[in-house]
Design a protein around this ligand. Structure first.
Ligand SMILES: [Zn+2]
Length: 268
């Protein structure tokens, strides 16, 4: 008996030496983290975030900028007040999707590509994204692709930094990274006047991941999009929902960072 107790004590002592991430990967809930520059970008993958959260996966959303410049559908002036409202809208969206409260990094909106304004900004952002990701011990990551979906510099650079962390082998960062896109029909639904720039959208053959979701997940995505009242009128929400329904047909297409991640799941 005494011997067994001592063995158990040794086992506990050994376990306490293992990194937490190791234990989590084996026994704890799995974790998916989506990293986007703006509250509302998560709409591009929303049904899949809702699905995994519904299935008990810990789903996090990191938003890298404060959203202070995105004032398309509001009389609230651009600046700190709009940033506050958009933070609330993003919290509302996370709740609608059933995911964890969003992690808001508050870098200046529409400024990530402005190197002369602050040459240290991207280095600080890299560090901050890493400092938030590492303790979450993610099993899979989602971001925009290198095209930035719409070409927006904040989109491109947030994707770029997440990819950089994967490629550099930053400890605790998985290689299972998936790139989201907006189909042309989705872009036109959001803003019919803007058009779709050439050579932006990846070819269909690169979307080798198709993650199924249910009607319930799609409903959660719709409610989440409606939270972003400063960004989308209900007309726009309806147009995007219609476009997404016919474009996705119940399975979200993603481009995996590593070709071997092709399939129908984000977690394996
Ligand atoms: Zn955006």
């Amino acid at each position: 008996m005494h011997h067994i107790t001592r063995c158990a004590a040794v086992a506990v002592a050994l376990l306490s030496l293992l990194p937490v991430s190791h234990l989590g990967a084996q026994n704890g809930p799995r974790t998916i983290v989506a990293v986007f520059p703006h509250g509302d970008d998560e709409g591009s993958v929303a049904p899949v975030l809702a699905r995994y959260a519904r299935e008990g996966v810990r789903v996090y959303l990191i938003v890298t900028t404060d959203g202070a410049q995105g004032g398309a559908h509001t009389s609230i002036p651009r600046g700190p007040e709009l940033a506050r409202v958009r933070a609330d809208e993003t919290r509302c969206a996370a709740e609608a999707l059933g995911i964890q409260p969003p992690i808001l990094l508050d870098f200046p909106d529409a400024k990530l590509g402005d190197y002369t304004d602050d040459p240290t900004r991207l280095f600080r952002l890299t560090q901050e994204i890493y400092q938030h990701l590492q303790p979450l011990s993610p099993d899979a990551l989602i971001s925009w692709g290198p095209d930035g979906a719409t070409g927006h510099p904040d989109h491109r650079l947030t994707s770029d930094i997440v990819t950089q962390l994967v490629r550099s082998g930053a400890p605790g960062i998985p290689q299972h990274l998936f790139y989201a896109s907006l189909p042309a029909s989705g872009m036109l639904a959001i803003n019919p006047g803007r058009g779709v720039p050439p050579y932006l959208i990846p070819q269909a053959k690169y979307f080798t991941v198709h993650v199924p979701f249910t009607e319930k997940d799609f409903d959660a995505a719709r409610r989440a999009m409606s939270c972003h009242r400063t960004q989308f009128t209900e007309d726009v929400v309806q147009r995007v929902v219609d476009a997404a329904r016919s474009e996705w047909k119940g399975a979200l297409p993603l481009v995996p960072f590593v070709a071997t991640d092709a399939g129908t799941v984000l977690l394996r």
